[in-house]
Ligand binder design. Structure first.
Ligand SMILES: C[S@@+](CC[C@H](N)C(=O)[O-])C[C@H]1O[C@@H](n2cnc3c(N)ncnc32)[C@H](O)[C@@H]1O
Length: 319
């Protein structure tokens, strides 16, 4: 199984301060470890904590590492990166020297036919879980959520303007048959989205609804802001957090949270500060770093990627 890491050299550049150093690096979204393994080019003395919600992905990396000289540098953790503080406590680690969050799903997950992430194989079940030990699947959402919940999810997380009619048709359809396969969902979407709109659109008519369901199944946006704050709080001064996002909803949260951490004091500018909150970080990417034309040609999945980087500047962490 292959995953082509996005913005690889741009990410490595951001961590060049670790050159030749010993230190602790957290890869919160290990995937196929593409970014993490390339960190070895910067320093082979780094201890890399590789977190992934997907046990299958971790299993594949473990297998690859077992025949690699780098295996001793890695600690693999099956968890959600949102539990970073707890994970570090359990590993008896207080501070880290760098961290990466490469959000979303990997090509491995998208290409695996039995995971239900992609609508290319329509016979598959509607699963979409990154963490298969959890209960909520896309099929459960489609068969048990109320009409207004479905409509809101599809509108908010998919930015799909036909969300209402899609939700209405889902309810009508499931009165007759449970919606279990990708094929059934594609039929519902096909009758809900006007043909003229489908023809004009640059993307497949199911793209937005699939994105919405995936975000809901995996709670991708819930607590992302707090996770970024937690990562910032455990960085050593001078340490950096790099975040790659793949859609505007994610990027908005990353941008807003970075901005809050860089300017936490919200006291009116004409009054003296009474909150006492001080910046913990500086933002290194005023504008996000995006893939080159060459990268997007070679790897179309990188098209929407945005890399934002912050650097810890102080030892203090605002409560
Ligand atoms: C885009 S891939 C990362 C690819 C990796 N950087 C590489 O180069 O191989 C994202 C990975 O992060 C995992 N993931 C996404 N959100 C997560 C979360 N909140 N906690 C832990 N893992 C997560 C997914 O299961 C997937 O394997």
């Amino acid at each position: 199984m292959k995953h082509v890491s996005v913005l690889k050299s741009e990410v490595l550049d951001q961590f060049s301060y670790l050159k030749g150093k010993a230190g602790i690096f957290v890869d919160g979204t290990l995937g196929m470890a593409g970014h993490s393994l390339s960190l070895e080019n910067i320093s082979d003395k780094l201890k890399i904590i590789g977190i992934d919600a997907d046990e299958e992905a971790l299993g594949l990396v473990k297998k690859e590492l077992s025949v690699s000289k780098h295996s001793k540098n890695f600690i693999l953790v099956h968890n959600n990166f949102k539990s970073i503080k707890k994970i570090l406590v359990e590993l008896n680690i207080e501070k880290i020297d760098g961290a990466l969050l490469d959000l979303g799903v990997s090509s491995m997950q998208l290409d695996q036919k039995d995971r239900g992430f992609s609508f290319q194989d329509s016979t598959q079940l509607l699963d979409m879980r990154m963490d298969q030990t959890r209960d909520l699947t896309a099929a459960k959402i489609l068969n048990f959520y109320k009409e207004n919940q479905l409509s809101q999810i599809i509108f908010n997380y998919g930015e799909e303007k036909f969300a209402r009619i899609i939700a209405k048709n889902i309810i009508e359809f499931r009165k007759k048959t449970p919606i279990t396969t990708i094929h059934l969902l594609l039929n519902i979407l096909d009758i809900s989205i006007p043909k003229s709109v489908q023809m004009r659109s640059k993307t497949h008519f199911a793209t937005k609804t699939f994105q919405a369901l995936r975000i809901e199944v995996n709670g991708e946006l819930d607590g992302l802001d707090q996770a970024i704050k937690d990562f910032a709080s455990v960085l050593r001064p001078g340490g950096r957090l790099a975040v790659i996002s793949f859609h505007s909803l994610e990027d908005r949260i990353v941008k807003k949270t970075f901005s809050f951490l860089a300017h936490p004091c919200q006291c009116p500018s004409e009054m003296p500060c009474i909150c006492g909150l001080v910046p913990e970080i500086k933002i290194l990417t005023k504008k996000p770093i995006i893939p080159s034309a060459e990268e997007t040609t070679n790897n179309p999945r990188s098209r929407s990627a945005k890399l934002r980087v912050l650097e810890k500047i102080s030892n203090t962490t605002n409560k």
